[in-house]
Design a protein around this ligand. Structure first.
Ligand code: PRX
Length: 653
């Protein structure tokens, strides 16, 4: 693989004042290097264990890891109670900001403890036991976080489903996990309007028919809109939780007790239930949050703009920040609601000091213009973060300039749903950053960039043609996924078969080393697309398209897009019955994808074509479709059955 890439020249060292007070110094790398497992044991001991662990790692059943063997802890206790016991009950845990202006609520750690205990008691009353699964389908309201912590407290697994997903996507996830309980809200605010969520839950459960595993639906009253109701099954949160006791004794669970499932797109149409467990996940979440974001719980106000429906919301809104006892902002709405000033007003009002967002949003802010942040006092900001996709150097520099007065460090954090927590990132008081590079693996983490045969690539000069290698993780890490729910074979096949001989985890990303050995992650090299940081598989969209009665065949590729990183481009062959109304069909198909998956999966372009380019073995040649979608010269077409199909495909554009 080769590509041409112009790397930014400038290097940004940490400011001396920042470095002088930073949580992490160069010594952290040295410590981890000297004894990796002892290093992780030390990080684990930042948490409160009910029973200490006897071994750090058991890798004898690879790729199924056990971390902190024999240890027992309660994750919710670690995130809430222990801060109250340490005398910090009056500290604000969550400054919650609703989408409607002036709708806000601040919750201290003591209040959060009461709420989590009440919710845990309510869930137990509804019959929930350790090991059961709970689907959470909610907007960004405090109850969503309380519900996750209540599950953790009881040892039940939550499966948070992004509230932008369709009823059909929710149904598949409830079914796969066999969730007994669904926690949702009557509705949610979307750019000022209240829209129903509960209707989607009802539709999902109805779709499961007599086989539905769902015993109860617990409904938070958020918008007050009319809500369909099934007596006996459905319960209002505000009629049950507030009546429950604030006393709840947390049970200590094994370090490997499952904590949650989070479904993510893979290379097939069926989403994978990524499974995370307790001790290792919380250790790395807490450690990375403390060091990468340089958290000072007494003074910082931290804000991660992700949604709890994604892994970033799990690790860097719920488990990382709360385990570290920090004060954070949680915002319900979109950045443009009611206008483009919203994020900057929130930063100003709450004195946000650490801000963690996605490159796609930075590019949106860029489009809106410098004058918007310039109208606000953003001097409280001292650290910025980026996650979800490669950040282009131009956006990186703009972010630092417009948000950080060209002074704040930026941590570009590479990780995945599967890795559970940050793996590759600068340490803000140590690393000299190159805009666009996630730099190097964190202390305790090991990653390599290798060629097809597993040979490590060499550093490459800034300019000219670059060789892209595979990004692999060559040593187990505490917050690694423990499997795919109900499918051990798929787990081994997806992540561990590419470099089975070496025993490495293949991340699905392409990457290269820069001049100083720093890592440049270049994006997915499998059939997973990254749209505004949302992970969507080509197969999922193809399966939604061919689900439409008018479509005979579909092929989907991700094409580079200036604003969203990648955009979805679909090529479809219509059945003869559907010919004639191509324009209507394209609109209908876009709506079908939104219905089946989510509006975020709507293709940017749908091309009706007479044929798809295939190899002799019948495989669709996506590489060539990508060339077409991105308007490039076609690559090698020699393996095509019929190279002339491209004239027709080009004509459709
Ligand atoms: O391709 C990488 C990209 O996002 C993928 C993981 O997506 P997901 O599991 O949804 O988790 C997103 C939030 C952690 C990766 O395989 N990615 C994530 N962060 C970066 C990135 N690509 C480049 N640079 C990053 N900082």
């Amino acid at each position: 693989m080769t590509e041409t890439h112009v790397e930014a020249q400038s290097v940004y060292p940490p400011a001396p004042e920042f470095a002088a007070n930073a949580n992490a110094t160069e010594a952290l790398y040295e410590q981890a290097e000297a004894d990796r497992l002892a290093f992780w044991a030390e990080q684990a001991n930042r948490l409160a264990w009910d029973t200490p662990f006897t071994d750090v790692l058991d890798w004898s059943d690879a790729p199924f890891a056990k971390w902190f063997v024999g240890g027992k802890l309660n994750v919710a206790y670690n995130c809430v109670d222990r801060h109250v016991e340490a005398g910090n009950g009056d500290r604000v845990a969550i400054h919650w900001v609703g989408e409607p202006v002036d709708d806000a609520r601040s919750i201290t750690y003591a209040e959060l403890k009461d709420e989590v205990c009440r919710a845990a008691n309510t869930l137990a009353d509804l019959g929930l036991r350790s090991g059961d699964r709970v689907a959470i389908y909610m907007p960004m309201v405090p109850e969503a976080i309380i519900a996750m912590l209540a599950c953790a407290r009881l040892g039940a697994m939550h499966s948070v489903v992004f509230a932008g997903f369709s009823a059909s996507a929710l149904k598949a996830r409830i079914e796969d996990a066999q969730a007994k309980l669904v926690i949702t809200s009557d509705g949610q605010y979307r750019r000022g309007a209240a829209v129903s969520l509960k209707e989607g839950v009802d539709e999902a459960i109805a779709g499961l028919g007599d086989d539905s595993p769902v015993e109860h639906v617990l409904v938070v009253r958020r918008t007050g809109i009319d809500t369909p109701w099934t007596d006996g099954r459905d319960k209002w949160w505000d009629e049950t939780v507030p009546n429950a006791s604030t006393e709840h004794t947390p049970e200590a669970f094994d370090s490997e007790h499952p904590l949650f499932l989070l479904y993510t797109s893979g290379t097939t149409g069926k989403p994978k239930g990524i499974m995370h467990t307790s001790g290792g996940y919380l250790t790395q979440s807490s450690y990375t949050h403390h060091n990468v974001f340089d958290i000072k719980p007494e003074t910082d106000v931290y804000w991660c703009t992700a949604d709890i429906g994604w892994v970033t919301g799990h690790t860097y809104i719920v488990y990382g920040p709360l385990s570290n006892g920090v004060t954070q902002v949680v915002y319900e709405g979109t950045p443009a609601s009611p206008n483009e000033h919203r994020h900057f007003e929130i930063i100003e009002k709450y004195g946000v000091s650490i801000y963690y967002t996605a490159p796609t949003l930075v590019r949106t802010f860029m489009k809106w213009g410098r004058q918007i942040p310039a109208e606000h006092d953003l001097s409280s900001l001292r650290l910025l973060g980026s996650v979800g996709e490669p950040i282009n150097p131009e956006a990186w520099r703009w972010y630092r300039m417009a948000f950080g007065a060209d002074k704040t460090p930026i941590v570009d954090t590479w990780w995945q749903t599967e890795t559970g927590a940050i793996m590759i990132s600068p340490l803000p008081g140590v690393t000299e950053c190159k805009p666009g590079s996630a730099m190097r693996p964190l202390p305790g983490i090991s990653a390599k960039i290798v060629d097809d045969d597993g040979n490590e690539l060499a550093p490459q000069p800034d300019h000219g043609e670059h060789v892209t290698g595979y990004l692999v993780l060559d040593k187990p890490w505490p917050s690694m996924l423990r499997g795919i729910w109900g499918d051990d074979e798929r787990f081994k096949e997806t992540y561990w078969s590419r470099f089975a001989e070496q025993g490495w985890y293949f991340a699905g990303d392409g990457a290269r080393y820069g001049t100083d050995g720093e890592i440049w992650v270049l994006g997915r090299i499998d059939d997973v697309m990254n749209i505004s940081g949302h992970r969507i598989s080509t197969a999922e969209v193809e399966s939604a398209l061919v689900g439409h009665s008018g479509v005979a065949e579909a092929a989907v590729v991700g094409a580079t897009d200036e604003h969203t990183g990648q955009a979805i481009c679909a090529f479809v062959i219509l059945k003869s019955s559907a010919h004639g109304g191509e324009k209507n069909m394209v609109d209908e198909l876009r709506a079908e994808v939104a219905r089946e998956i989510s509006p975020i999966a709507k293709p940017r372009e749908i091309h009706v074509v007479p044929e798809l380019p295939k190899t002799r073995s019948g495989k669709i040649m996506r590489r060539l479709l990508r060339d077409v979608a991105e308007g490039r010269e076609l690559g090698d077409t020699s393996t095509l059955v019929d190279p002339s199909v491209f004239e027709a495909i080009r004509a459709s554009k």
